[in-house]
Design a protein around this ligand. Structure first.
Ligand code: ATP
Ligand code: MG
Length: 332
């Protein structure tokens, strides 16, 4: 078993990233070999100020460590320091089909009305993502629900490459999607997922938000006037309520039904302060640790350099075998 997963280093990592992905990576690193990367090559699919990017990557790495990723246990690195990601992505661009990419819903969402004006990189992004995991023969990829389609694409690309070139090179990775926290929604819109790239800061709880900000965001979160129901079905047509109850359950490590049993009949006037308290207590130690880590930026750079060296070693045989399969031997 080998686990590979990543996060884009731009924007503010939020509670959705933490509950849907990072927290689970931190748990898995104790059980299995994990490679966790900062997707900086994905970050440049939209314009990012080059003067800021290195600091942003460092901060994202520090955030992962503050959330419990231990660089002594997991291999923590950034994509750009391992050129094999970009190389394999090119090879796989030649296997992936335009029709497959045209079906990617995230591209449609992220390009919006500007489809003709976005970068080719934004369009081809899921192929780089396929390279990210196939390069290491990942068996399992812990992700939020929003990445499910991209992982299916990675499996399709792997299958076609193996079949076209008559090899058993790429392992088909399995998605690991959690239940309660697989899709944390925006605090402003129960139909949109919580995202780093949402222009409204009130839509998400950032891992760096202080206690007052968290309390304020929860207080202002969109809800409805009804009291909480007794059963899960009672949340069906109430996306905002469902989201807040789901966040509570994920933070408390409890089943959604248990949370409902506790709060059934109560309104948000009672539920929101309890949720805010829980979020504040969960994020307090992360924020404190992040502050300590950011005082030593050189140490973070060293961690990323070392992790990238380890990742590059692991990537080499698969990349060489992919070139070989294509009739372009490069040696090992
Ligand atoms: P962006 O808006 O820039 O795409 P993002 O918030 O989607 O940012 P990513 O870096 O794309 O964050 O995703 C990192 C990981 O977090 C992925 O595994 C993704 O599935 C997961 N994730 C992102 N948003 C959520 C969410 N709202 N709920 C649960 N998991 C999420
Ligand atoms: Mg995303």
């Amino acid at each position: 078993m080998r686990v590979v997963s990543g996060i884009q280093p731009t924007g503010n990592p939020h509670l959705g990233n933490y509950l849907g992905a990072i927290k689970r990576w931190a748990e898995m690193q104790h059980e299995t070999e994990c490679l966790i990367f900062l997707a900086d090559l994905h970050a440049i699919t939209v314009y990012n100020d080059p003067a800021q990017l290195a600091a942003t990557i460092r901060e994202a790495a520090a955030t992962l460590i503050a959330c419990g990723i231990d660089p002594e246990k997991a291999i923590l690195f950034n994509q750009a320091r391992v050129p094999a990601h970009a190389e394999l992505a090119w090879l796989l661009n030649c296997t992936a089909r335009v029709g497959w990419l045209n079906r990617m819903t995230q591209f449609k969402e992220k390009s919006g009305k500007n489809r003709e004006g976005v970068s080719v990189g934004l369009y081809a992004y899921p192929v780089l993502q396929a390279a990210d995991v196939l390069l290491y023969q990942a068996t399992h990829v812990p992700i939020g629900e929003d990445q499910k389609q991209h992982l299916e694409l990675a499996r399709d690309i792997a299958t076609k490459f193996n079949a076209d070139y008559g090899v058993e090179l790429f392992t088909l990775p399995e998605p690991l999607i959690g239940d309660t926290a697989a899709r944390i929604m925006s605090l402003r819109d129960g139909a949109a997922k919580m995202s780093k790239s949402d222009p409204s800061d009130m839509s998400r709880i950032n891992l760096t938000d202080d206690s007052d900000t968290i309390a304020q965001k929860v207080r202002k979160a969109k809800t409805d006037p009804e009291p909480l129901p007794e059963t899960l079905e009672g949340l069906d047509s109430r996306p905002e309520a469902k989201n807040l109850v789901g966040i509570y359950a994920a933070l408390a490590g409890r089943e959604t039904q248990e949370v409902l049993s506790e709060f059934a009949g109560q309104g948000f006037g009672a539920f929101k302060p309890a949720l805010a308290e829980l979020a504040i207590e969960a994020l307090r130690p992360i924020r404190a640790r992040l502050g300590e880590l950011m005082a030593h930026p050189d140490e973070i750079d060293r961690i990323l350099e070392r992790g990238s060296g380890q990742a590059a070693m692991l990537a080499r045989p698969t990349l060489a075998a992919a070139y070989q399969a294509l009739g372009l031997p490069i040696g090992r």
